[in-house]
Design a protein around this ligand. Sequence first.
Ligand code: OAD
Length: 230
Amino acid sequence: MKKIVVLTGAGISAESGIRTFRDSNGLWEQYRVEDVATFEAWQRNQALVIDFYNQRRKQLYEVKPNAGHLSLVELEQKYDVQIITQNVDDLHEQAGSTRVLHLHGELKKVRSTLDENLVYTLNGWELKKGDLCEKGSQLRPHIVWFGEAVPMIEPAMELSAEADIFIVIGTSLNVYPAAGLVYHVRRGTPVYLIDPHAEMLQGVENLTVFRELAGTGVPKLVKQLMESKV
Ligand code: OAD
């Protein structure tokens, strides 16, 4: 089976009703990264950080996967499909994708501030100040904040290097190390990019760009791949 590796960003969930970060009206227009998405912010104002992620989590319970997420599931009938997502939502899993690696954490999970290996699935949407891990420390969102290490980047690099086809969907490719994964793909591997604002990727040889929304672009590419001989 040929291996397809798919790197997704906020754009694939936009048509489900989740705001992206850097588009106009994106989340980082309303909030400052330094106020809600760094460890320093957490130390300064836990209530604000908890509330920011509670709101995101609450919304996640109200949305559904869209045609973009759903058509990626179809690819599994013919290919070994590995999704690497920068998204903290679980819409790929809800759609039915079986192999999903989360680079930036998961909204529905929380973890200990004392021992990062103590990760829990939160019951419902609300994390509260005073919710403690089994060792007695405050639980924090299971999110990779700016300035923190990205523990899943090593396996993501290895997977990218194994890809026979690499697909990038709905990401501004502004945030590293995720944005560098495309450069771990073997030379000459077909790379597809689906994003209404896609720009050419310097140094990627075999690139095809679909300058359109995930909800239409992904089903189109999936159909093409399902009908192709490779
Ligand atoms: P961005 O908000 O930076 O980029 C979203 C991308 O999605 C843009 O390139 C848009 O053109 C595209 N887009 C918008 N609507 C789309 C649609 N319907 N279909 C397809 N594409 C669409 O989001 P990311 O690149 O995912 O990290 O951001 C990367 C990281 O920065 C996030 O994981 C998050 C953020 O800060 C953390 O919070 C740790």
